[in-house]
Ligand binder design. Structure first.
Ligand SMILES: *Cc1c(COP(=O)(O)O)cnc(C)c1O
Length: 317
């Protein structure tokens, strides 16, 4: 297998991110709940995309790109962090966003405004239209450009989370479960593959916050990442564990998610977001209610960021 540190990487994140025990929630649930602070990755307001961007922007640099395109919904955390990281490494970000979600200057759009980023909207539901527009704009500019897919979720980006699994293994702690939000698949795919390689006793669960076919998407990214790593592993359906947590739909707050956001705020002084981490933590709470965790289990929740979105979604009581 190829060593992870043989891949080009631009240093962006503050690593390793801290792991903390959630004392009050552990007591409440009768198990041991820990939180991996990937909201503290050190760029923008933090978040999981920074780990992926270390690999993706390194490839962009190696290819001589001056302009970096990416996409997502109007309030995409990924788009905001791509802009912040691209600026940091001296490239010009251009965001071509879908019009869905809050489009006035709030949340991540406010942060992009403060960074002076070129943000454009396209009224389409199909990312293929947006990738075609990136090529059109890039060619018209006549500068070398690099396209990052939605969420940074391809095999190269997922290596950021294969490395995260390695980081967890190297901390010396052993977790029975590792729980993350799943929006475009790269984080879960990286963690699930990383667990297969470095954390053989850990079950990774992806809490789906959208309704895409994540079994197929996650496996597809994992298989491509196995090729990149030249790793000798056989992947099967047992390597992927998913739970539907989208509720009424992507980026629409759910009652369970809102309850989880409030619980974390009241008990632990941490602010989850309603789009990803709130719904993912609601999935962890549901598993606890079903009796999935023993009192001796150690459950690690990936706090993948999302603060930008917290200020751009109306949350009901
Ligand atoms: C993008 C994002 C996720 C989901 O990660 P994917 O790799 O897209 O599945 C989770 N949490 C937050 C805060 C995000 O911005």
């Amino acid at each position: 297998m190829r060593e992870l540190n043989s891949f080009d990487r631009v240093p962006l994140a503050v690593l390793p991110t801290p792991v903390q025990r959630l004392e009050n929630i552990s007591r409440m649930l009768g198990t041991n709940v820990w939180i991996k602070r990937d909201d503290m990755t050190g760029v923008g307001l933090g978040g999981n995309k920074v780990r992926k961007l270390e690999f993706l922007l390194a490839e962009a640099k190696a290819q001589g790109a001056e302009v970096v395109f990416t996409t997502g919904g109007a309030q995409s955390n990924h788009a905001m962090l791509t802009a912040a990281c691209a600026l940091k490494v001296g490239m010009t970000p251009i965001l071509i966003l879908k019009k869905r979600g809050v489009t006035d200057r709030r949340g991540n759009l406010l942060l992009e405004h403060l960074m002076g980023v070129d943000v454009r909207f396209m009224d389409t539901d199909d990312y293929a239209d947006i990738y075609a527009e990136m090529d059109r704009v890039g060619q018209a500019m006549g500068k070398p450009y690099y396209k990052i897919p939605c969420g940074g979720s391809n095999a190269l980006g997922a290596l950021g989370y294969v490395s995260c699994a390695k980081e967890i293994a190297e901390s010396g702690m052993d977790f029975d479960y590792l729980i993350c939000a799943e929006g475009s698949g790269g984080t879960h795919a990286g963690l699930a593959l990383g667990a297969k390689l470095f954390l053989p006793h850990t079950t990774v669960v992806g809490m789906m916050v959208d309704t895409d076919p994540f079994d197929v998407i996650t496996m597809g990214i994992m298989k491509e990442a196995v090729k990149l790593l030249e790793a000798d592993v056989e992947l099967g359906p047992d390597d992927i564990h998913l739970r539907p947590m989208a509720g009424p739909g992507y980026a629409i707050p759910s009652a369970e998610g809102t309850r989880a956001v409030r619980l974390m705020a009241e008990k632990e002084g941490l602010f989850l977001d309603p789009v990803y981490t709130g719904k993912a933590f609601a999935g962890l709470l549901a598993m606890a209610e079903e009796g999935a965790f023993r009192p001796t289990d150690n459950v690690l929740f990936l706090y993948s960021g999302g603060a930008g979105g917290l200020f751009a979604v109306d949350m009901p009581d």
